[in-house]
Design a protein around this ligand. Structure first.
Ligand SMILES: [Mg+2]
Length: 108
């Protein structure tokens, strides 16, 4: 692998700290969509070539990368995340019912 020179002169630190940071960054970018829409302001796109949606996708990727790191370091097993997803879906079904959840999931 190509060696990339570091920007910082210290280790990345606790991945749980970074997990929390990335979660907050998702919140921040989602709020920009809520305020300015999926495409945002034209001047933003002109300056960066990215929309608020693009930034949310990147932050989700940032968070999932850290989730992978946590699994690699033994914080959790990947199947536990799958089980947690399943439990969330069951809870959604209990709260909203099948028809609404399937619509929410884009299935109908
Ligand atoms: Mg990030």
């Amino acid at each position: 692998m190509t060696q990339i020179p570091p920007k910082y002169d210290h280790d990345p630190g606790d991945p749980l700290d970074i997990l929390a940071e990335e979660a907050s960054e998702i919140i921040k970018e989602v709020m920009k969509i809520k305020r300015f829409g999926l495409k945002g302001m034209p001047e933003w796109f002109a300056a960066t070539g990215k929309t608020p949606r693009d930034y949310v996708v990147q932050e989700i990727g940032d968070l999932l990368y850290i989730v992978q790191i946590l699994a690699a370091r033994g914080f959790h097993e990947e199947y536990e995340i799958d089980e947690a997803i399943d439990r969330k879906r069951v809870r959604m079904l209990e709260l909203y019912g099948t028809a609404r959840v399937e619509k929410f999931e884009g299935k109908t």
